[in-house]
Design a protein around this ligand. Structure first.
Ligand code: ZN
Length: 158
């Protein structure tokens, strides 16, 4: 499921890799399957990101990874021009963005804004998740501008 883009090349430097633990493995496994997974409280319905053991709203311990639509908007962004790791050298400048997901006010995650020129980026711009497969074990959820035809679709696979 989900949208996939492949920009990785096998001869470039390897990226910094996440270190999934008991709380965060579901997020990365979901990304590998093309699904954006966010933890949700079974008792009050609050979505929570980053994952934590206790609901920040009602203190429930009953939290379940839940697939979300992958749609949201740009809350804020910046242009990164410095490569702090060799993997980014071929990518600068790139757009680093905080995305607010449509499922809940203030449900935000940090990601990259891709398929978007710097001059076209804007706060509030509708975006959708796209999955960048780095290798067999790592897929990164990123976001691109939502196009009119895809905004009408209900999150289907393209
Ligand atoms: Zn709760």
């Amino acid at each position: 499921m989900g949208i996939e883009r492949t920009t990785a090349s096998s001869d470039g430097p390897a990226p910094v890799r996440p270190s999934p633990d008991k709380l965060t493995t579901f997020f990365w496994e979901g990304a590998n399957q093309g699904r954006l997974m966010i933890q949700r409280c079974d008792d009050c319905g609050t979505y929570i990101h980053w994952p934590r053991p206790v609901c920040k709203r009602c203190l429930s311990f009953s939290l379940t990874p839940t697939q979300v639509s992958g749609r949201g908007s740009v809350y804020t962004y910046t242009v990164a021009v410095q490569a702090f790791h060799p993997w980014f050298e071929s990518r600068v400048p790139y757009l680093l963005a905080v995305i607010e997901l449509e499922e809940q006010t203030n449900l935000k995650l940090v990601s990259h804004l891709v398929e978007c020129d710097e001059q076209d980026a804007a706060i509030g711009m509708p975006v959708e998740v796209v999955f960048e497969r780095v290798d067999d074990e790592l897929t990164l959820p990123m976001f691109r501008p939502r196009r009119a035809e895809t905004a009408r679709a209900s999150g289907g696979v393209r």
